[in-house]
Design a protein around this ligand. Structure first.
Ligand SMILES: NC(=O)c1ccc[n+]([C@@H]2O[C@H](COP(=O)([O-])OP(=O)(O)OC[C@H]3O[C@@H](n4cnc5c(N)ncnc54)[C@H](O)[C@@H]3O)[C@@H](O)[C@H]2O)c1
Length: 331
């Protein structure tokens, strides 16, 4: 298949481009580089030895997107492009709603015009809100606690309605849990701008000495050791889940959790990182962070049964690969 990957220079997108190329697909990447660096494309070429077509385009720009569809015959889309920092979304809701919703609307509109009927959307476990764990795809969704989460929940509803009205349209909504780790080559990984929002890049930057100390937000949650529990998934497993979903897609809406199904507490993750890499990670316990929930992990039965996909890499591998990338990475 010829697959258009929006946000393909970013963290999850770049790993998915590698998996797509390795599975024999050809790839067109569209990214405005607002949160990524062009060098990543060379790294992908180094890993795969394959070429990628690249457009530096903002996906909210309809005529620029349409231009790509007129230039290429596209079989399917994986739509990663989006802004993802929860706290920033609270400060800049308009930017988040505009970017994340308009990009999705433009893409589906152009897909319909050019008869492209396979669409894979990056959603998030955040749409489950305060449901009981493990989260199952069939659960009713609760409102999320921030504009970022709302852009995911609203995009899901928009895409589901459009799919209902178009019998030929095939939609996969993939709800990611907590992607961590990096490609085993150490060439691509998560390289956030500024202070990281997510736990693993924070851990690796503390290990590297770029940051002083890790802050653990709360140790009084109703969990085994009081710290938050998350379902960490290796980004390469996540990438492979996209290839499986794209291959499987049939008409209609298909929603899948992409997680391991196992909860790991923040303290367990820190200790696994220390064991995997023989390095200390100094941390301190601070107040809970508003909007954080106690536990978040997936029921992965549906992805296993329908896609034949399961996450294969364990927490030690996630920690080792994340650290290998951080050690290699130069700003
Ligand atoms: N990383 C996570 O923890 C996580 C969890 C759940 C869902 N997601 C979703 O997965 C997707 C990918 O996340 P990521 O972690 O790889 O983020 P990322 O920021 O590394 O990648 C997103 C990419 O999209 C690009 N982009 C953003 N807006 C764009 C626009 N209007 N036009 C073109 N390019 C644009 C950015 O430059 C970046 O390269 C996002 O939609 C995110 O919300 C991420």
């Amino acid at each position: 298949m010829q697959v258009l990957v929006t946000g393909g220079v970013g963290y999850i997108g770049s790993h998915t481009v590698v998996s797509l190329l390795e599975a024999g697909h050809s790839v067109i990447v569209v990214d405005n580089l607002v949160n990524s660096k062009i060098e990543t494309l060379d790294k992908i070429k180094q890993i795969t030895n394959k070429d990628i077509i690249f457009y530096q385009v903002d996906v909210t720009d309809e005529s620029a997107v349409e231009n790509i569809f007129t230039n290429h015959s596209i079989d399917g889309i994986i739509h990663f492009a989006g802004l993802k920092a929860v706290s920033e979304s609270v400060e800049r809701p308009l930017t988040y709603y505009y970017n994340n919703l308009v990009s999705t609307l433009v893409l589906v509109k152009v897909c319909q015009k050019y008869n492209v009927n396979r669409f894979v959307f990056s959603s998030s476990a955040t749409v489950y809100g305060d449901n009981k764990v493990p989260f199952v795809e069939s659960m009713n969704l609760f409102p999320t606690t921030n504009p970022y989460g709302e852009t995911k929940a609203i995009s899901e509803r928009i895409l589901i309605d459009i799919t209902k009205a178009n019998p030929a349209f095939s939609l996969a909504i993939l709800r990611y849990f907590n992607p961590v780790g990096a490609h085993e080559s150490g060439l691509i990984g998560e390289a956030p701008n500024g202070i990281p929002n997510n736990l693993m890049p924070y851990v690796t930057q503390v290990a590297k000495g770029k940051l002083n100390k890790l802050r653990v937000f709360g140790n009084d949650y109703p969990t085994t050791d009081g710290t938050g529990v998350r379902d960490f998934i290796h980004v390469t497993d996540l990438a492979e889940g996209h290839v499986a979903a794209l291959d499987y897609l049939t008409a209609g809406t298909h929603i899948y959790n992409l997680g391991t199904g196992e909860g790991t507490s923040v303290l367990e993750l820190i200790h696994a990182f220390e064991v995997a890499n023989e390095i200390k990670v100094p941390y301190e316990i601070v107040e809970r962070r508003p909007g954080d929930i106690a536990s978040c992990y997936a029921d992965t039965t549906k992805a296993k049964q329908e896609l034949g996909w399961v996450a294969k890499r364990d927490i030690i591998e996630m920690c080792r690969d994340a650290w290998r990338f951080e050690k290699n990475y130069k700003e």
